[in-house]
Each structure stands twice: as C-alpha cells, then as structure tokens.
Design a protein around this ligand. Structure first.
Ligand code: C5P
Length: 314
C-alpha cells in the first residue's frame, strides 16, 4: 500500500533580498505562509533498488534533478535502508510558479518514505536533508506561518495566524529565480541592501514582540494578525525586477487590489500573484471579476500549522 500525503503550497508574505554571499546565494528574510492548494504525493516501496519518479505532467523532471529524487537518495543513505522507492506525484499546483511546489513535494516524499519504511529520521536530520536539497524545503517541515532567514532555509515557526481567504493567480509565464536574483544584483549595491535587511529585521521583531505579548496594535478591534504582519512593512523585493519584465504580473496585482484584496503580492519570484481577502464572499466575488478579465483565479485560504498537520496524511 502506498503512503499518500497532501503536499501543500506556500506563498511569501514579503521577501527582502540581502547581499549576494560568497557561495552565490543571497541573504533573505521572508515570512512563508502555507495555503490549502496542494499536490498529492504517493510513496511505495518494493524489492530491489533505485528511485522511480512518476508524474503525468511532462514539465516535471523524472531523473536525479527532481527534488523528490534527491531527497529520497539522502534519506535512504541516512537510514541505511534498502529497496526500490516509487514516488508518484499527482500535479495540481503550477510548476515553477513561486508556490514552492517542487520543494513541498520533496518534503512530502521524505515524510511518506519514513512511514513506508517504518523508520524515523530526527527532525535535525530532516532539516539538514531539506536544506541541502533546496532553500525552500525546510519551511514545509514546519507549516503554517514560518520566518525564513539566511538563504531561506533557516526556519522558525511564527505564531499560528488565523486562516484568511486567498486568491492565487498564476499567469502562464516562466520566471527564472536565478535570473531574478541576478537582475536584483544589478539593481542594488550590497551596502544598500544590508541596511534594508536590518530595517526589516527590526520591524519584524517589533511585530513578533507585540504578537507574543498580546499588546493591541491599534485601538478598537484587532485586525487579522496576518494583515498586521503584512503592514510591518514587508514587501516582496522581486516585484521590482520581475514586474518590469512581465507587466502582466503587475496587472494581476492591480486587478486584485481593485477587487478589494486587503493585500496583494507576487509570491517568491513568481509567476504566482496572490491576494488576501477579508471574507470568503469577498474572495469569491473577486475571483469572478478576475476570471471575467481572462485570468485563471483560484480561491483558496491560508493554512495554519495545526491544519497543515491535520490534513497532511491522507
Ligand atoms: O536553493 P534553491 O535550489 O531553491 O535555489 C535556486 C537558485 O536560486 C540558486 O542556485 C541561486 O542561484 C538562487 N538563490 C539565491 N539566493 C537564495 C536562494 C536561491 O541566489 N537565498
């Protein structure tokens, strides 16, 4: 019997890009937020050896470049396990869409493989394998709202924020993440970006300390804390280099804002643009409006850490 799991997507609630490091990666500061949209991953184990990746979507690589493949290789070695591993990916999320689908698939595979083997890695081993395979993997070992630092792989669980209705639009353009980072390097000088990183760090710590202390942000009724986080002044730096190259992504953001999104932003380096809404009704109305304008808009919601783990195993 295969072990089946839901492999949820993420959005970035703001993303600050810092200086390029000696290893070629960039310092990052971002808040990741898992959402309900997901792929399904099935892992099974048979006699023999090797790793077999299956997915009907031709854009998903089936060889050792696949994040699931690389994760299985490392996990089998760490557990000194034998057998042939079959990973089936039922693709519903966009490929290379800024929703972290490939990273999420890899973490889903790792946890399903442990269950199939009836073996357990420690959380430290899982985090290490995840970070080796890609910067966006470790967040999926936490779920919910997650602070990402360093190159994005150092993750800290943030307070679990209530779910918010969300619309996801992924226009059919492929944005290359390394190219977007390179465009950012050309735009900004390193000392500049260090200053901006520490400024955001200060704003985030102010948000966190107020969140944990329970102090009200403003008089009267508290807003959804997710919106308060957004208003800590975080925006996605990739917008500055991706929007000029792909103006339709900026158009989607503006369309979401006009359709009453409380906050709209590019996710990661795109091409997904999302909007957060005050109510399900507002999100449904906005999706209809965007669909009439010709965009493929999906209504979903952010996923708390509690719900992430409750729904993870199928
Ligand atoms: O870690 P991941 O495989 O997702 O990174 C893909 C590419 O994105 C890297 O090879 C690098 O060019 C770029 N990157 C970066 N800084 C980061 C994360 C990724 O420059 N923090």
């Amino acid at each position: 019997m295969p072990v089946s799991v839901r492999s949820f997507a993420k959005i970035n609630i703001g993303l600050k890009i810092g200086p390029r490091r000696e290893d070629g990666f960039h310092e990052l500061l971002t808040a990741y937020q898992t959402i309900k949209l997901h792929d399904v991953v099935r892992v099974s184990l048979t006699r023999g050896s090797g790793i077999d990746i299956r997915c009907e979507d031709p854009r998903v690589p089936k060889d050792e470049s696949n994040t699931c493949y690389r994760t299985v290789e490392r996990a089998m070695r760490a557990l000194k396990a034998n057998g042939r591993v079959l990973v089936e990916i039922e693709k519903r999320l966009p490929v290379q869409g800024g929703l972290g689908a490939a990273s999420s698939n890899a973490v889903a595979t790792l946890l399903a493989l442990e269950r199939a083997l009836k073996e357990s890695l420690t959380q430290a081993q899982r985090l290490q394998i995840a970070a080796e395979v890609g910067s966006d993997l470790p967040l999926f070992l936490l779920g919910g709202t997650v602070l990402g630092e360093s190159r994005g792989e150092q993750v800290y669980p943030l307070p679990d924020l209530p779910s918010m209705p969300c619309i996801v639009v992924t226009p059919n353009v492929g944005v290359s993440t390394p190219r977007a980072f390179a465009a950012w390097d050309q735009k900004l000088t390193a000392p500049d970006s260090s200053d901006r990183m520490s400024e955001l760090g200060l704003r985030l710590s102010a948000w966190l300390s107020e969140s944990y202390s329970g102090a009200p942000f403003r008089r009267g009724r508290r807003e959804n804390p997710l919106l308060e986080l957004v208003r800590a002044g975080i925006k996605n730096d990739f917008e500055e280099v991706v929007f000029p190259e792909y103006p339709e992504l900026c158009e989607v953001k503006q369309a979401l804002e006009r359709a009453s999104a409380r906050y709209a932003s590019l996710s990661g380096s795109g091409s997904t643009v999302y909007g957060l809404f005050a109510s399900n009704e507002a999100a449904r109305r906005a999706a209809l409006k965007l669909q009439k304008q010709g965009w493929t808009a999906q209504v979903t919601a952010t996923l708390t850490r509690h719900e992430y783990w409750k729904r993870f195993w199928m």
